[in-house]
Design a protein around this ligand. Structure first.
Ligand code: PMP
Length: 361
């Protein structure tokens, strides 16, 4: 077996012990004569997995009792319409920060459903930076403020949160959930596709505050209604059982490895190694992102020419450092490093970057 350091943006690398455990339990789950994939989602075995995933995520994120945790299908993309369908009533508007590709998608869906005020438009700046949270002109009567905590393609991340005066923040945390501690009281709803920091694709985690849930539209088709899912503990319909099971294994692994404090320290360390390699390169590598907005999850950078970028990506792959191509919409290079990326992976990549710059600079 030769596993590489995989810098894919998502689906992304998973902890090896998790894959090994899943493999060992795959064909027959704990003496039950069948795999977890083949069991009823109402069986005691799956119920235990579902409850344990909920318990661990609540524990690791420090979610207070006045929040519900949901496991839904449809990816984070479904949440782009579910949030406004549930929370944006016809006599209201919401505020939205247009920070990049993912915020743009959330905006596109929300404006089909209700009135959306852009409180920041990053397009003229190519979505390379974020506004000062204190400088946002927020509507005190908005239904919510939508933010994207980490733009996976642009490599920009919020490091502090706006004061909203009680307006709940609705936040897409797909690419940085569980990588740092959060002031949860500021958030009315958080959603995150699992395939970066939490596990495999196929399950989207939604964390919703009770008062926000109470205020959700009551006339929605069942699957689109947070109330329907919350009322049935995310078992309104067949949940993505295998994705929840794998997520549970990842959460156990995070818990055994020191929880969110350690995850946060490791994200600082990994991203620090790469940003130092960029900043020490005398301009060979360029980060388009101002230091205060740099993402600790997705490190984007350019080389002097596209030819050099192609060679960089190919030579890195030959050294067992994969997934470094930037998103097709922006080009360049991107290293995505979520919780499961070992520090050794970041060290190997920063060493390779320094050597490549020395040879080609
Ligand atoms: N939001 C962000 C920040 C993302 O990075 C992604 C996927 N890369 C999405 C939303 C969409 O997620 P999904 O593919 O799970 O619908």
């Amino acid at each position: 077996m030769s596993r590489i350091y995989n810098f894919n943006p998502g689906p992304a690398t998973l902890p090896l012990p998790v894959l090994e455990k899943a493999a060992s339990e795959l064909v027959e789950y704990r003496g039950k004569g069948m795999s977890i994939l083949e069991m009823s989602h109402r069986s005691p075995e799956y119920s235990q997995v579902h409850q344990e995933a909920t318990r661990l995520l609540k524990k690791l994120l420090g979610i207070p009792d006045n929040f519900k945790l949901l496991f839904l299908g449809g990816g984070a993309t479904l949440q782009f319409c579910m949030v406004p369908l549930n929370l944006l009533h016809s006599d209201q508007s919401c505020d939205l920060v247009l920070s990049g590709t993912w915020a743009q998608k959330a905006w596109a869906d929300a404006k089909k459903i209700g009135k959306v005020n852009l409180v920041y438009d990053g397009e003229p700046d190519n979505y390379a930076s974020l506004p000062d949270p204190g400088g946002l002109k927020l509507d005190p009567s908005a239904a919510y403020l939508h933010m994207t905590s980490n733009e996976t393609i642009g490599g920009i991340q919020w490091h502090s949160w706006p004061e909203t005066g009680g307006v709940p923040i609705a936040c897409d945390m797909s690419s940085d959930i569980l990588s740092r501690r959060l002031p949860l009281e500021k958030f009315g709803i958080i959603y995150a596709g699992a395939q970066k920091n939490l596990g495999p694709s196929g399950v989207c985690v939604v964390v919703i505050r009770d008062d926000v849930l109470e205020n959700c539209d009551q006339n929605l088709p069942a699957y689109l209604s947070y109330r329907a899912h919350a009322g049935k503990d995310s078992l309104y319909n067949t949940p993505p059982v295998f994705a929840v099971y794998l997520m549970k294994l990842v959460l156990e692994w995070v818990d055994e490895n020191g929880g969110i404090e350690v995850a946060e320290k490791r994200a600082d360390e990994r991203s620090g190694l790469l940003y130092e390699a960029i900043d020490d390169s005398g301009g060979f590598y360029k980060s388009p992102v101002p230091k205060k907005n740099r993402s600790k999850m997705n490190i984007v950078f350019r080389l002097p020419t596209e030819d050099l970028e192609k060679r960089f990506i190919a030579e890195a792959a030959a050294e067992g450092l994969g997934g470094l191509k930037g998103h097709r919409s922006v080009g360049g290079c991107r290293a995505s490093m979520y919780n499961a990326m070992p520090i050794e992976g970041a060290k190997a990549l920063s060493g390779f970057m320094r050597e490549f710059a020395r040879k080609n600079g």
